[in-house]
Design a protein around this ligand. Structure first.
Ligand code: FAD
Ligand code: FES
Length: 284
C-alpha cells in the first residue's frame, strides 16, 4: 500500500464518489469536524474536503467528493490504485462534542457526508441524535443507512417528494419540535442559504445552532486570509478557527457574496477542461 493511494472507490450517485485512502498519520489524529486539503497533481488546486470517516488501525481515511468544478471532476475520475499527490491534515478545529442532551443534525446534499462524523461522535458521547437529511431528489440523498445507524431518529426529505417527506429540512425540523421534541443544540452542514435559514429557524425554536462554513480556502493554515468570515462581528478564519461556528451571529450574506466571486473563472475552467478531455489529473 502506498501513502495517498485510493484503496476503494464507490459511486454514491451520478456526481458523488466515496474514496477510502491510505493515510495512516491523518487517520490516527482525525477528529469530527476536521478536514484535509487534497491536491491531485503538481500545480493543481488545493481542495478542502471533510474527513467523513477514518480507521486508525487500518490507516485509512474516507472522503466523499461531489463533482462541482474542474478539480472535483478530476478527483472523481481517479480509480482504485491511483494516488492523490498530497493530502494535508487533519486541519481545522474539531467540533466540541459535549453532552447536549437532544441534538439535531441536519445535512443537505453532500453536506450529509460532512455532518455524518459529527452525528457519530455526538451519539458516542451519549447524546440523543435526531437527523434530518435533505436533497433535491431521491438519487442525491446519500448515506441514509449510515446516518440511521448513528441516530435515534432519522427523517429524509426531498424537494420534489421522490423519497421521504416532501419539502425542505426546515419543514421537517419544525414538525419534530412541534410534535414535542425538546432539542438543545443543532448542527447543520449544506448549501449556505440552507444553513442560513436552518440556523434562523433553530434560534426561533430555542435550539442553539452551529454551522460549518465553506469559504474558499487556499493554505488551510491561517496564513492567506482567503477563508475569512465574520462571526460575532469579528473576522475569523474558517480553516483554523472553524469550520464549525456558533451560527447565531454568522454573517451568511457576506459568505454568499464572497464564495460567488470567482463563478466566471470557475465556469471557464470547467469548459476548458471538457475541451481538453484531461479528466484524470494527467495520469491517463
Ligand atoms: C472545510 C470544507 C470542507 C469541505 N468538504 C467537502 C466535502 O466533504 N465534499 C465535497 O464534495 N466538498 C467539500 N467542500 C467543498 C469543496 O472544497 C469545493 O466543492 C471544491 O473546492 C470545488 O473545487 P472545484 O475546482 O471542483 O470547483 P470550482 O469550479 O473551482 O468551484 C465550485 C465552487 O466550490 C467552491 N470552492 C472552489 N474552490 C474552493 C476552495 N479552494 N475552497 C473551498 N471552496 C471552494 C466555491 O463555492 C465555488 O463556487 C468543502 C469545503 C470546505 C471549505
Ligand atoms: S485558507 Fe488561508 S487563512 Fe484559511
Amino acid at each position: 500500500m502506498k501513502e495517498n493511494e485510493i484503496l476503494l472507490k464507490e459511486q454514491l450517485n451520478d456526481v458523488v464518489m466515496k474514496f477510502v485512502i491510505y493515510k495512516p498519520l491523518v487517520a490516527k489524529a482525525a477528529k469530527a469536524g476536521q478536514f484535509v486539503i487534497l491536491r491531485g497533481r503538481e500545480g493543481g488546486e488545493r481542495v478542502p474536503v471533510t474527513l467523513v470517516d477514518w480507521d486508525a488501525h487500518k490507516g485509512t481515511i474516507t472522503v466523499i467528493i461531489q463533482s462541482i468544478g474542474k478539480s472535483t471532476f478530476m478527483f472523481n475520475s481517479l480509480s482504485q490504485g491511483d494516488c492523490f499527490l498530497n493530502i494535508l491534515g487533519p486541519l481545522g478545529t474539531p467540533v466540541a462534542i459535549e453532552n447536549y442532551g437532544a441534538t439535531a443534525v441536519i445535512g443537505g446534499g453532500v453536506g450529509i457526508a460532512e455532518v455524518y462524523p459529527i452525528a457519530k461522535a455526538l451519539k458516542a458521547a451519549g447524546n440523543k441524535v435526531i437527523s434530518v437529511l435533505g436533497a433535491r431528489t431521491k438519487d442525491l440523498l446519500i448515506l441514509e443507512p449510515e446516518m440511521k445507524a448513528v441516530s435515534d431518529m432519522t427523517i429524509s426529505c426531498t424537494d420534489d417528494g421522490s423519497y421521504g417527506q416532501k419539502g425542505m429540512v426546515t419543514d421537517a425540523l419544525r414538525g419534530i419540535v412541534e410534535a414535542g421534541e425538546k432539542i438543545n443544540a443543532g448542527f447543520v452542514i449544506g448549501p449556505i442559504p440552507m444553513m442560513k435559514f436552518t440556523s434562523k429557524l433553530m434560534l426561533e425554536l430555542g435550539i442553539e445552532p452551529y454551522a460549518s462554513l465553506n469559504p474558499i480556502m487556499l493554505d488551510g493554515t491561517g496564513m492567506c486570509g482567503g477563508c475569512r468570515v465574520t462571526v460575532e462581528g469579528k473576522v475569523r478564519f474558517a480553516c483554523v478557527d472553524g469550520p464549525m461556528f456558533p451560527a447565531r451571529t454568522i454573517d451568511f450574506d457576506e459568505l454568499i457574496r464572497r464564495t460567488g466571486e470567482y463563478k466566471d473563472k470557475e465556469k471557464l475552467a470547467v469548459s476548458q477542461c471538457e475541451k481538453d478531455h484531461k479528466c484524470k489529473l494527467g495520469l491517463h
